[in-house]
Design a protein around this ligand. Structure first.
Ligand SMILES: Nc1ncnc2c1ncn2[C@@H]1O[C@H](COP(=O)(O)OP(=O)(O)OP(=O)(O)O)[C@@H](O)[C@H]1O
Ligand SMILES: [Mg+2]
Length: 497
């Protein structure tokens, strides 16, 4: 029991672990993606801002250029200085102004900017700007290092010619901004998502395993002998299906157990009455209670009772063999009308005793079927035996055969007492007798159970109906073409009613 509980916990832990791993992976990937995307977005936005600043400087330079003749340049120069300060403060950028002669006019933090201009790569980019293009290069100035982005825009003089280049060098760290905040918030969101996810996973995993545990506990208790144990079925998932399947199995098993108990009770009951009778008579004869001259009569009754016992035991054996599938069918093609007529003949004496009127109606002259002839003989005997047993004195017994939709159908009909409709389905149950008081001593109630199982084994059906026109048992068999060699012997086997 302890081991089982351990296993169940293991399933719960495994489920939980799988859920948590999946959530963790999702949260991590999403957070990473978010950080990368937001960073890129921010960098682009800042770069665009810096470019606007560079264009501002270029415009100021243009004004400075055109105003120099009227001595208004002082104010512009001041404005430019403020602008540089602003750029430096806001973006940590250094500003270079390079004129058309490749002279550096204003320096940022780099003192030896003039020397840097001799670098062929730097020169090439300056020419690029001087030809009117805007540039963006990372790590352009070796001295500033690779972590600098240089944004360059041309500046145009009062006459509309490109007079120089505005170069802003911004550290990439400034461009991407302070993303520690971003990471912090993403981490907080991630932890919240993870906690919620774990809580939810815990609840789901618990719920699933609790339901499984309940089924497993119920199975244990059922196996321990509590046949009334069932599980609550809720939802429509696989576990609910498992619960429903368990309940159905439990239902079937308890029904089986019930029928086993009632079977044993019925067998004991059926055995007890003849045995008590035999024992009583034999004792009576031995201790002289039954006088000598009556002993022959009592011995005959005793013999009858032993006959009943033998019949009962044989029927029980038959039934158990058929049910366990021990009897394999020996299917052959034979002529059905002949076989039925033969069985009917065997009841001739009893039919005459009860003055029963017999009607035989065979729709076809010969009707060949594929079945186990011995078993079908047993079926016919059981049905005719019942009909003769339950037909009223001077009543009618009808036997019919006909072909219906590629099947042979045999009907045995007798007049007499009607079986009530609610009892009709039960007549095929073992030991069932409609009127047990009236028919006691006549049979054990196994005949129809055997009959039904034989026909089921053949894949065929038997139906019963009962009303004032009579009680009718009709069963089907598989029709067949006549056998080539056996045609003659079947001809001989056939008899007239
Ligand atoms: N032709 C019939 N007419 C009226 N009732 C019938 C007929 N056949 C069967 N029954 C009812 O169905 C019950 C079961 O029949 P079944 O043949 O199984 O048992 P049985 O004839 O009583 O005993 P057994 O066949 O074992 O000797 C009978 O006891 C009877 O009540
Ligand atoms: Mg019978």
């Amino acid at each position: 029991m302890k081991k089982a509980a351990l296993h169940k916990n293991r399933l719960f832990r495994r489920l939980l672990l799988a859920f948590v791993a999946a959530i963790l992976a999702t949260v991590l990937v999403l957070s990473l993606l978010m950080v990368v995307l937001v960073r890129r977005e921010r960098t682009q936005a800042l770069e665009a801002e810096v470019r606007v600043q560079a264009r501002d400087v270029a415009r100021l330079m243009q004004q400075f250029d055109s105003l120099s003749f009227w001595n208004g340049s002082e104010a512009i120069s001041q404005t430019l200085n403020w602008k540089f300060e602003e750029i430096r403060a806001n973006y940590g950028a250094s500003v270079w102004l390079v004129n058309g002669n490749r002279r550096v006019l204003v320096l940022g933090d780099t003192d030896n900017a003039q020397e840097q201009l001799n670098d062929p790569d730097v020169l090439a980019q300056i020419y690029n700007v001087l030809s009117g293009r805007e540039i963006r290069v990372q790590g352009l100035i070796p001295e500033l290092g690779n972590d600098m982005v240089t944004i360059g825009v041309p500046w145009v003089n009062a006459y509309g010619y490109t007079a120089g280049a505005v170069l802003l060098h911004i550290p990439t760290r400034e461009l991407s901004g302070d993303y520690r905040d971003l990471i912090r918030y993403t981490a907080i969101a991630g932890v919240i998502a993870l906690t919620l996810g774990i809580c939810l996973s815990y609840v789901i995993a618990r719920r699933q395993t609790i339901r499984l545990n309940e089924i497993s506990r119920a199975a244990g208790e059922f196996a321990g002998g509590d046949l009334t144990r069932r599980v609550r079925v809720s939802g429509d998932d696989e576990i609910a299906e498992l619960g429903a399947a368990f309940n159905k199995m439990a239902e079937d098993l308890s029904r089986l157990e019930e029928s086993r108990k009632s079977f044993v009770a019925s067998v004991s009951h059926e055995l007890r009455s003849p045995l008590t009778c035999i024992r009583g008579y034999v004792e009576g004869m031995l201790d002289g209670v039954i006088p000598q001259q009556d002993q022959a009569r009592y011995l005959r009754v005793t013999l009858d009772e032993t006959g009943r016992l033998t019949k009962l035991v044989n029927e029980l054996l038959d039934l158990s063999r058929i049910e366990s599938g021990e009897f394999s069918l020996n299917r052959t093609v034979f002529e059905l009308n002949g076989l039925i007529a033969q069985q009917l003949f065997k009841f001739e004496q009893r039919i005459e005793e009860k003055q029963v009127h017999v009607e035989v109606s065979f729709a076809e002259d010969r009707m060949y079927v594929l079945a186990d002839a011995d078993r079908i003989r047993q079926v016919a005997t059981n049905l005719i035996d019942n009909a003769v047993k339950f037909v009223d004195e001077g009543g009618t017994l009808t036997v019919q055969t006909r072909a219906v939709r590629e099947k042979a159908e045999v009907s045995v009909i007798n007049s007499g007492a009607v079986i009530p409709p609610d009892k009709l389905p039960m007549v095929f149950d073992r030991f069932y007798k409609v009127d047990s008081a009236h028919t006691s001593g006549k049979g054990s109630g196994l005949g129809l159970a055997i009959t039904k199982r034989i026909l089921e084994q053949h894949g065929q059906t038997i139906r019963v109906s009962s009303d004032s026109s009579g009680t009718r048992f009709a069963f089907t068999l598989e029709l067949s073409a006549p056998p080539a060699q056996n045609a003659n012997s079947n001809e001989q086997e056939r008899g007239a009613p």
